[in-house]
Design a protein around this ligand. Structure first.
Ligand code: HEM
Length: 274
């Protein structure tokens, strides 16, 4: 069942050219939705203006070698391993959702654009990708979502911000049911296409485009730390450091010669929710 390619039976009723046209249309919808999103929110304009402003308060210039190593660290930490999530459950669920989506989309495109392929690996990966997406997504939707886990709201309550995760879940669920019920033209196929059209056509309204913006934001954040501009936030001072005490001579007046460690503060509790 896992190794049967559902697009082969589908090609008896819908031509491969039509399927390929649908995929091209979805790509165009994602590109268009992302551009409209940027124009509407002025996020790109804000991003570049903010980066320029930060550059003005830079304490040192960042060499191109350093920039490359920052880009590599963003790729490894934030993009490939979802390092921005402190809560390990959220991180794991994001990894499942992200890699599931990528495997599912890439194998769909390969199978649709090479209808003569007899590979059994591709359909296997397609099913595994859809399953990973469904497991990570349902886990997030039912148990991890802040509204549910921290605010005690019921899992079935949703608003526009949930469009992305819900259309992802619907796409993977109906794709799997469609394949397991024999493929072809069926009500599950119609639901699969409807949900994937909402997923790719809803970029303007959903948080789909975060996958393009987040890496850029993470990179910029690391640049502001490297160039010392730090978004106008103070550095992490060690108050016992004589250099720091010289800079702020009034510290001993308020906190004594050896200022006490103020504790873990925000890190005192394990990040349970966010
Ligand atoms: C196929 C690619 C991706 C998919 C399907 C995906 C899916 C999701 C989903 C469903 C959420 C909501 C879950 C949650 O908040 O725990 C989310 C949030 C998040 N994603 Fe992704 N993601 C993808 C790529 C990326 C990439 C490349 C990055 C970053 C560098 C990223 C960073 C984040 C962050 C930081 C959040 C939390 C945002 C917030 O709380 O507003 N994601 N992602």
């Amino acid at each position: 069942m896992f190794s049967s390619n559902p697009f082969v039976t589908l090609s008896e009723v819908i031509s491969p050219a039509m399927m390929q046209g649908y995929i091209v249309l979805m790509v165009l919808l994602v590109v268009g939705g992302t551009i409209l999103d940027m124009l509407h929110k002025k996020s790109a304009k804000y991003f570049f203006e903010n980066a320029k402003k930060a550059q003005k308060s830079a304490k040192r210039s960042v060499s191109s070698g350093e920039k490359m190593s920052i880009a590599a660290s963003v790729l490894v930490n934030e993009v490939l391993t979802s390092g921005e999530f402190s809560n390990p459950r959220r991180r794991l669920s994001h990894l499942l959702t992200m890699y599931g989506t990528i495997i599912f989309i890439v194998t769909t495109a390969i199978m649709v654009f090479s209808p003569e392929s007899t590979s059994t690996l591709l359909p296997q990966l397609w099913h595994i990708g859809a399953l990973m997406l469904a497991v990570g997504g349902y886990w997030f939707w039912l148990f991890i979502r802040v509204d549910v886990s921290a605010e005690g709201l019921p899992w079935f309550r949703f608003e526009r911000a949930d469009l992305f995760i819900l259309s992802l879940l619907a796409t993977s669920t109906f794709a799997l049911i469609w394949s397991f019920t024999g493929g072809g033209l069926s009500v599950f196929f119609a639901l699969f296409i409807l949900s994937s059209t909402v997923l790719f056509g809803g970029v303007y309204w959903s948080k789909f485009a975060h996958m393009f913006f987040k890496p850029a934001a993470a990179h910029q954040k690391k640049i502001t730390v490297a160039d010392g501009s730090r978004e106008n936030l103070p550095p992490d001072y060690d108050l016992t450091d004589p250099e720091v005490q010289r800079k702020f001579p009034d510290i001993p007046t308020y906190m004594g010669k050896n200022p006490p460690n103020m504790g873990l503060c925000i890190k005192a509790e394990r990040p349970n929710h966010y």
